[in-house]
Design a binder for this molecule. Structure first.
Ligand SMILES: *[C@@H]1O[C@H](CO)[C@@H](O)[C@H](O)[C@H]1NC(C)=O
Ligand SMILES: *[C@@H]1O[C@H](CO)[C@@H](O)[C@H](O)[C@H]1NC(C)=O
Ligand SMILES: *[C@@H]1O[C@H](CO)[C@@H](O)[C@H](O)[C@H]1NC(C)=O
Ligand SMILES: *[C@@H]1O[C@H](CO)[C@@H](O)[C@H](O)[C@H]1NC(C)=O
Ligand SMILES: *[C@@H]1O[C@H](CO)[C@@H](O)[C@H](O)[C@H]1NC(C)=O
Ligand SMILES: *[C@@H]1O[C@H](CO)[C@@H](O)[C@H](O)[C@H]1NC(C)=O
Length: 829
């Protein structure tokens, strides 16, 4: 398995070290000072402390930055709010063990470390290899508790290994991170990451005073709203919560690696690891990936479900507080009970919601010593209690967490969530009991009929595949397999195994067309001369034979001139094969990214291809009865027939394999504030609007002849989407067209307008917010019409589909991350 990550350049936190400076060891003692131009360096040369000017600013700040690797990435700033305006600054160290940063011109103190209650006998100030700048009494041994003062207690925007993120409950000291105002100004910006100690503590990201993302309470292993932490070889992490302090911290397993938590000036918050071979920081994950991560998007007592057509749904037994708002997709009002409010009526009970991110705990109550049973009782007897859950899920679950009032910021979390028990009234409880009885009855009936069907089909399949019926597919004729003796027509386009082996010369390598995410594809020729493409599926999808056949039948019914036609399937033992019509001209990527072949695609052809793809996708999304989300639309999945008409392939694979399976081997999607962990992506981000995004990327690739991934402008380090956006903002979109073709375009005003329009639509499709992206019918209208188009918002920061060894797409978000580039890569888990 691979993990998808982002590479973020260190531009934002970096400054160029202009002149090499005089360095004095790693220690200063009273009477010594550090002038602007001098630095101290930790013994292992990991960190350096001195004066710097960030970005384009000329102000001077005292700070700490990486030295040996990631040189110049600032991790701590002393005088972030009080810059020095010239190079006169000097850091003095007093005999009382206090550090003073003085303005050399007038001697005024612009920053100082805390006064010490007991003056030390023999103070020294020392920059440690951890990046911690500490004051200690020289007579004492080195140990954290002995530090009289340490920079780790005053974080700026970065948490380093060994540093605490949280707060000291005894002293009130706040170890939270606050972003810089801008890459040029380390003053406190609008984003902050810290532990909210109210109720049961949770990690929250704020913008100003507003919570914008919540990682959820700690459940013993991790924050309930964050992906399952894989065991990794980079870092170890833990959470401490007692009377004195509450914090999250991590430690590197291999000290020679670099890793940090940072809140950037644009609000992108997460873990960044240094890749020395790339000389850049790689984003390991970002917080807040998708719509359901937006704090309280659905209001109280509603569940956010990223896979749903509506993101927000009321919990069972509740209904929208304001149906009018819900109708226009404003869900923030949440849901209320159907009956009158007020609890503790007779017969109340709980329903279990499985696999959810636990709701906001800032108003909750907890007890570590209660069992789940006692917890239930505690909730039932307290009339304002609305829900309960286990506090700690390790060792079979323990502790008790109670909620009062609305349950806010709840989301479905299929892979990582935990159970929540929500209080419901007697009538609702009675209604689900009734339903359950009905369901059990129905299940038995269904089971009986299923057994009958399976038996019939197995008998039938046997006869078909083993050649008892020696018919095979010819031209447009289909098998009419009769289901037993009843008259339900079930069209089963089933191929004989021996037919397939002889058509493909026993799957000989000479007949192999390629290898897709689902297995190799072979060319074959049937006895009557018809040419087919056979996709030999990688085995063991875990899906039943019957389900597989049903999907094949359904998908073979999807017929559109811009979809590759599925002719049928063949099943032999564990082996499953799909048989398609053969496309002689290979795939679109084969043409557009190839210097010479791309010349075969003139502009009208390209426009036609885009239009064809849009119609095929519209059919998948809206016109077919199945409403298929493609999930892996890309240029290599668009095939070209003999007349260069585009045909989308590989649709319906997600259905055929069951959602998770497909994604597990083919796709990753990551969003702006995304946790980059793949399972998160698998849970989350697919919807029709993610297909729209892929379509937008595809459009821009066809027009530019460049791959989104792997394309970087030399001057700005942008990917293709970033590049298009930049050109768009500079009002010269046609520069997207390759230079050698630009003259043709510019000299034809009709063509120029058409291409501009396509770029415009492409940008609308790749907008960051799924809700902003048009749906497919609108896209088709936009491409074909001459209506006024809305202004695009900045493109999504990042979204990618990935099949090992093939391409993926990434994108760039200007609004959120100016100066960051993104690159995708695989790193082993
Ligand atoms: C601070 O250090 C500078 C340079 O060493 C020195 O000139 C100055 O007198 C010191 N100031 C104080 C208050 O110790
Ligand atoms: C430290 O002590 C000095 C003088 O005793 C006082 O002026 C200053 O405000 C104190 N600083 C802090 C941070 O308490
Ligand atoms: C945030 O809250 C504090 C204290 O309640 C208040 O003083 C401040 O003005 C608020 N800031 C904003 C941006 O609303
Ligand atoms: C630590 O990482 C470095 C660089 O990746 C590697 O060379 C070294 O072997 C690793 N050390 C351990 C103990 O894993
Ligand atoms: C929980 O149990 C521990 C050990 O059994 C005990 O020390 C502690 O006081 C208990 N806490 C509460 C809140 O009852
Ligand atoms: C319910 O629990 C809350 C929190 O512990 C408490 O403040 C409130 O008094 C309790 N109400 C009742 C009726 O027990």
């Amino acid at each position: 398995m691979e993990l998808t990550v982002l590479l973020a350049s260190s531009l934002m936190l970096c400054f160029s070290i202009v002149s090499t400076t005089a360095s004095i060891l790693d220690t200063i003692v009273p009477g010594q000072s550090i002038k602007d131009g001098e630095t101290i360096i930790s013994t292992g040369r990991s960190f350096e402390l001195g004066f710097f000017s960030p970005g384009t600013s000329t102000n001077r700040y005292l700070g700490i930055w990486y030295k040996k690797y990631a040189t110049g990435t600032v991790v701590w700033v002393a005088n972030r709010e009080t810059p020095l305006l010239d190079h006169s600054g000097v850091l003095n160290f007093t005999s009382q063990g206090v550090l003073h940063l003085r303005d050399g011109v007038n001697g005024g103190i612009v920053w100082s470390s805390a006064n010490l209650t007991k003056p030390p006998k023999n103070p020294t100030a020392l920059l440690l290899d951890s990046g911690n700048f500490v004051v200690r009494d020289g007579n004492l041994k080195t140990s954290n508790v002995d530090y009289l003062w340490q920079s780790f207690d005053y974080p700026t925007d970065t948490t380093l290994p060994g540093m605490k993120l949280g707060r000291n409950l005894a002293t009130g000291m706040d170890w939270s991170l606050t972003s810089w105002k801008s890459p040029n100004d380390p003053a406190r910006g609008e984003f902050s990451l810290g532990i909210d100690p109210r109720g049961y503590p949770q990690l929250v990201l704020k913008q100003g005073n507003n919570t914008i993302y919540r990682a959820g309470p700690w459940n013993g292993n991790r924050w309930t709203g964050s992906p399952k932490q894989q065991s990794n070889s980079v870092y170890d992490y833990w959470f401490v919560f007692n009377e004195r302090e509450v914090y999250f911290a991590f430690e590197l397993i291999n000290e020679s690696l670099l890793s940090r938590y940072t809140v950037t000036a644009s609000g992108a918050t997460g873990r960044f690891n240094w890749k020395d071979d790339r000389r850049g920081w790689v984003t390991y994950f970002l917080m807040g990936a998708d719509q359901c991560d937006i704090f309280a998007k659905c209001g109280p007592t509603a569940m956010c479900d990223i896979d749903g057509t509506n993101y927000c749904n009321c919990l069972d037994g509740f209904r929208p507080g304001s149906p009018a708002d819900w109708a226009v997709r404003d869900w923030s009002g949440g849901c209320t009970t159907k009956g009158p409010l007020g609890r503790c009526r007779k017969g109340e009970g709980f329903v279990r919601l499985q696999k959810v991110k636990l709701p906001d705990t800032s108003g909750s109550w907890f007890d570590r010593n209660l069992s789940l049973k006692e917890c239930r009782q505690r909730c039932l007897t307290n009339c304002s209690c609305t829900a309960y859950s286990s506090l700690d899920v390790t060792r079979g679950g323990s502790g008790c967490l109670l909620w009062f009032g609305g349950l806010v910021d709840l989301r479905a979390y299929p892979d990582n969530g935990q159970d929540l028990y929500v209080r419901v009234d007697a009538s609702y409880l009675a209604s689900i009991k009734k339903k359950k009885r009905k369901v059990v009855g129905m299940r038995i009936a269904v089971l009986i009929s299923l057994v009958a069907v399976v038996v019939t089909v197995i008998v039938l399949g046997w006869r078909l595949c083993l050649g008892k019926i020696k018919q095979r597919y010819q031209g447009k004729k289909k098998y009419r397999a009769r289901k037993g003796s009843n008259n339900d027509d079930l069209e089963l386009p089933m191929f004989d195994f021996t037919t397939i082996t002889s058509a493909t010369n026993n799957f000989s390598d000479d007949y192999k067309l390629g290898e897709g995410g689902f297995g190799p594809v072979y060319k074959g020729t049937l006895c009557d001369g018809q040419v087919i493409a056979v996709k030999r599926l990688a085995t063991s999808s875990g899906q039943g034979l019957e389900e597989f056949k049903n999907e094949v039948v359904l998908i073979s019914k999807l017929q559109h001139r811009n979809l590759v036609r599925l002719l049928g399937c063949c099943i032999e033992g564990d082996e499953r094969m799909l048989v398609y019509e053969y496309m002689p001209n290979k795939s679109l990527d084969h043409f557009i990214f190839d210097e010479s072949r791309s010349k075969l695609l003139d502009w009208q052809r390209r426009i036609d291809i885009i239009e064809g793809i849009s119609r095929g996708l519209l059919y998948l999304h809206q016109d077919s009865r199945l409403r298929i989300i493609h999930r892996d639309l890309k240029t290599s999945n668009v095939l070209l027939d003999i007349d260069m008409n585009p045909k989308i392939s590989d649709f319906g694979m997600a259905r055929m394999f069951g959602g998770d399976q497909t994604e597990a081997c083919t796709s990753r999607v990551v969003g702006t504030f995304g946790y980059m962990a793949p399972e998160y992506a698998i849970d989350g981000l697919f919807s029709m609007k993610s297909d729209i995004f892929s379509f937008g990327v595809l459009v821009l690739e066809v027009l530019s002849g460049r791959k989104n991934r792997g394309f970087f402008t030399s001057d700005h380090g942008l990917n293709l989407l970033g590049h298009v956006w930049k050109l768009w903002m500079e009002e010269k979109p046609l520069e997207l067209v390759k230079e050698e073709q630009r003259q043709i375009v510019v000299s034809d005003s009709r063509l120029a307008a058409l291409i501009k329009r396509h770029i415009h639509v492409g940008l609308l499709c790749v907008q960051q917010e799924p809700e902003d992206r048009p749906n497919m019918s609108t896209v088709v209208l936009m491409l074909g019409g001459d209506s006024l188009l809305p202004d695009p918002k900045p493109p999504g920061f990042f979204a990618e589909r990935k099949v090992p060894e093939t391409d993926s797409s990434s994108s760039y978000n200007k609004s959120r991350s100016i100066g960051e580039i993104t690159v995708t890569e695989f790193i082993p888990r």
